[in-house]
Each structure stands twice: as structure tokens, then as C-alpha cells.
Design a protein around this ligand. Structure first.
Ligand code: B4P
Ligand code: MG
Length: 280
């Protein structure tokens, strides 16, 4: 029975699984995340995801992007370091990937041959990977030696699986679970009541979030938060569930005082510090 093993990831689950920052920790304790994002026409996605990652606990963040993008972002995110021409260098095997605690790829990048080559190199490694937006394409993750997390909105899910959006939306949990098992990757099926399905069949519904999130850029912020959370959690499943929960909780905090029409994606990461504190 499909409903049987699904639960709602609630406040208590978050409270009991969010890690604390250890007293004698240093940035190495929390690992380095690699974010591959952005192209000359879509530089903003890099910043939104970068802010999400650095606000979510990662010890260090390396942003792999294009030279034009670096010059735009560095002023808003001086805490990160940058790898220029990252897709090209990864595709050629010039970038050492094993030392990263987690890798996120996709926001603001274009799905083409170069992107696919870089993704294949990343997937061949043993580092947990988040694939979003331009990194979501038809492929299989069976046999990977580390967690793989896909974060599609319904249209992207449809593109990757061939299932029509209308059919999907009427059976979100069913298809998220089915495809997670089939592809060997966790699926974060976004939208109202985001479904998180893991390849072992474990499935959760996220209760937070609202229509303020229905705006360009909020998905990029989530991808960054997932990257940061993967760096600090021992259990990768908790990292995924807590990211989705807190991302939605930030939007819920927004509509307590502001109109749902007005949220900007980067404001989610400005709300995160206070929202997170309520769970410690
Ligand atoms: P893209 O151009 O692919 O959009 P994007 O860059 O991925 O945007 P972003 O990264 O900011 O947002 P994302 O959706 O990843 O264009 C999207 C296309 O897909 C558009 O044509 C759009 O109409 C279509 N599309 C998107 N969602 C659809 C849906 N449900 N049904 C049919 N078509 C759809 O991430 C958005 C974030 O906000 C997620 O975390 C999501 O869970 C959250 N969110 C959005 N609306 C929400 C709501 N009503 N309640 C709660 N959470 C919501
Ligand atoms: Mg998106």
C-alpha cells in the first residue's frame, strides 16, 4: 500500500534531527560544498543558490561558474571562492571532486553536451550530488556509490520521466516514489506539499510553504540550502527533509507579516537565521 509508509515530516522531526554547531568545531568540520551554477544570461541563480548554501551551514563554498558571472556575484557573496569555466574543466577531468562533501549542479545552466559530460564525471565519483534545473535530464542513477537527489518541479519531472503533468499532479506521491526507485535517486517533487521520495521507498510530505514561493528563483535557493544542509548532516535523508521544511517555513514566516505576492527569493535566506533558531 502506497500510503502506508508515507508520513508528514513535521516540526518535531526537524527539531530532533537538525545538527547543532559543535563548540570546538572549525570550518573543516562542516566540509566544503561545490555549487555549479550560472551562465552569462542567468547569473542570478548562482547567487541565490550560493546564499542558500552558505546560510545553511557549509564550512566553505566553492562556486563553479563562468568568468562573467563571478564578477557580478563576488560583491554579494564574498564568502565563497570561485572556479572559473567549471563545466569545461570538470568535463575534461581537470577538477578534483573527491574532496567536496557534496555537489549541487543545475541552477542557471543550460542542458547541452558539455553539461552532460560534466555531470557524467560528477556521477562517477562518490560524493553526494544534487541535480536541479539545467542538470535534470533523462538518465539513470542506479549503481551510484553515493546519494543522488533530483529536485524537479512538475514540468521538469515530466521532461525527465515522460509522465504528463496533469497525470503526475493527480498522483504525486505515487509517481515520486515509483520514479525514485526506478532511477535510484531521491526525488524532491516540488510544488504545494512537496513530496520527498527516497529510493528505498521511504516517502515524506512536506507541510510548510505557500504560494509566496511561486516566483522565479525560489527553487535555486532551495538547491543551495540542500547543498549546505548535506554538508552539516550526518544522515543525508535528514538533510533533504530539513532543507525542504525550512525553505517552506521561511515563506510561512514571510506571509505572517507581508503579502504573499511580494517575496523575493533572496529574502528566504534573510529569514532563515530566525526561522532556524526556532528549532534549536
Ligand atoms: P523554469 O524556468 O524551469 O523555472 P525555474 O527556473 O525552475 O524556477 P525556480 O527554480 O525559481 O522555481 P522551481 O519551480 O524550481 O520554469 C518553470 C516552468 O514550469 C514554468 O513554465 C511553470 O509554469 C512550470 N511549472 C512550475 N511548477 C508547476 C506546476 N506545479 N504545475 C505545472 N507547471 C509548473 O521551485 C519553486 C519552489 O517554490 C519549490 O520549492 C516549490 O515547492 C515552491 N512552490 C512553488 N509554488 C508553491 C505553492 N503554491 N505552494 C508551496 N510551495 C510552492
Ligand atoms: Mg528551478
Amino acid at each position: 500500500n502506497l500510503e502506508e509508509h508515507a508520513g508528514i515530516w513535521n516540526k518535531e522531526n526537524v527539531r530532533s534531527t537538525l545538527p547543532l554547531r559543535e563548540v570546538d568545531s572549525h570550518k573543516g568540520t562542516y566540509g566544503t560544498g561545490l555549487l555549479i551554477a550560472g551562465s552569462p544570461d542567468m547569473p542570478g541563480a548562482t547567487m541565490l543558490a550560493g546564499l542558500g548554501a552558505m546560510r545553511s551551514g557549509a564550512g566553505k563554498l566553492v562556486i563553479g561558474t563562468e568568468p562573467e558571472v563571478i564578477s557580478i556575484i563576488v560583491q554579494r557573496l564574498p564568502e565563497a571562492t570561485y572556479e572559473s569555466k567549471a563545466l569545461e574543466r570538470i568535463a575534461k577531468g581537470f577538477l578534483e571532486l573527491d574532496s567536496f562533501r557534496a555537489i549541487a549542479i543545475g541552477p542557471g545552466i543550460i542542458p547541452n553536451d558539455l553539461t552532460e559530460k560534466a555531470i557524467q564525471k560528477i556521477l562517477a565519483g562518490k560524493v553526494p550530488v544534487i541535480l536541479d534545473a539545467g542538470a535534470l535530464s533523462k538518465r539513470d542513477y542506479e549503481g551510484r556509490q553515493a546519494p543522488t537527489i533530483l529536485t524537479p518541479h512538475p514540468l521538469e519531472f515530466s521532461r525527465v520521466t515522460g509522465i504528463k503533468v496533469k497525470e503526475l499532479q493527480q498522483n504525486r506521491m505515487h509517481y515520486a516514489r515509483l520514479c525514485s526507485k526506478k532511477l535510484g535517486a531521491a526525488i524532491v517533487l516540488k510544488g504545494k506539499e512537496t513530496v520527498v521520495a527516497f529510493p528505498d521507498g521511504d516517502t515524506w510530505i512536506n507541510p510548510t510553504g505557500n504560494s509566496a514561493l511561486a516566483k522565479g528563483g525560489t527553487g535555486d535557493t532551495l538547491t543551495g540550502m540542500l547543498l549546505g544542509m548535506l554538508c552539516i548532516h550526518e544522515d543525508w535523508k535528514h538533510a533533504v527533509l530539513n532543507s525542504v521544511y525550512l525553505h517552506g517555513a521561511c515563506a510561512d514566516a514571510w506571509v505572517e507579516k507581508n503579502s504573499a505576492h511580494t517575496l523575493l527569493a533572496h529574502e528566504l535566506t534573510e529569514l532563515l537565521p530566525q526561522v532556524w533558531k526556532e528549532f534549536e
